[in-house]
Design a protein around this ligand. Structure first.
Ligand SMILES: O=P(O)(O)OC[C@H]1O[C@H](OP(=O)(O)OP(=O)(O)O)[C@H](O)[C@@H]1O
Ligand SMILES: O=c1cc[nH]c(=O)[nH]1
Length: 198
């Protein structure tokens, strides 16, 4: 009798993150150090604009906006010594293309204790393109409360807005063609880190 086949590795988020993935094809527009610098600058800009960290709440838009928001919060902690609350704002059920697109699985929304009422809420996402995700995020946020101010921070603005939305804080402006793909990969989510265009 032959030995049973080995068990496949357990499918877990931790396993998928620890296995390095292949880098996307295309031209590197930001490497890991560029991303780190951009996030440091955004953290400083936020503090300057807000005159400190008081009342700030960072809400990442899944999926990659959430680790980016955490990284910005870590930089704010380094500079100001303050723990800024970080949460996640899922936009899936607020999209304007729900009827046209195949169903997407929602991510959890996670509102930090203290909520958003009266706070300066900074929405954080990896890429700003048509602006429709941010539009849906504003609707999702409206169901959570009434922030005093809402700002937007993105790692990459690739242009081609379809709505009157702009970012307050941008890691990199990346003029792009509609036909091009912009791929953000973050080590904590993807096992590789950088931004590629192809
Ligand atoms: O300005 P827009 O045209 O809305 O495009 C930007 C959004 O598109 C991408 O998300 P995607 O829906 O591909 O999901 P993902 O975050 O899981 O990659 C990206 O992460 C932004 O959230
Ligand atoms: O509401 C949304 C969000 C992202 N993309 C869309 O086309 N619509």
């Amino acid at each position: 009798m032959s030995a049973p086949p080995p068990e496949p590795p357990a499918a877990s988020a931790a396993a998928s993150v620890s296995e390095p993935q292949h880098e996307p094809e295309g031209r590197v527009v930001l490497d890991a150090r560029d991303i780190a610098r951009a996030l440091t600058r955004i953290a400083h800009e936020l503090l300057e604009r807000n005159k400190g960290a008081s009342d700030l709440v960072l809400l990442g838009i899944p999926s990659r906006g959430v680790p980016l928001a955490r990284r910005i919060a870590a930089r704010i902690k380094d500079v100001e010594g303050v723990d800024v609350p970080v949460g996640a704002l899922d936009v899936t059920m607020y999209r304007d293309d729900l009827r046209r697109q195949p169903a997407r699985s929602p991510h959890p929304t996670d509102v930090p204790p203290g909520g958003v009422d009266g706070r300066t809420v900074v929405l954080v996402d990896d890429v700003l393109y048509s602006g429709r995700t941010v539009r849906s995020a504003l609707d999702a946020l409206n169901d959570l409360g009434r922030p005093g101010v809402v700002r937007l921070a993105v790692l990459v603005d690739r242009g081609h807005r379809e709505l009157p939305i702009r970012a307050d804080h941008v890691g990199k402006n990346l003029p792009s063609a509609h036909t091009e793909r912009v791929m953000v990969r973050l080590a904590d989510e993807d096992g590789v880190e950088g931004v590629w265009i192809s």
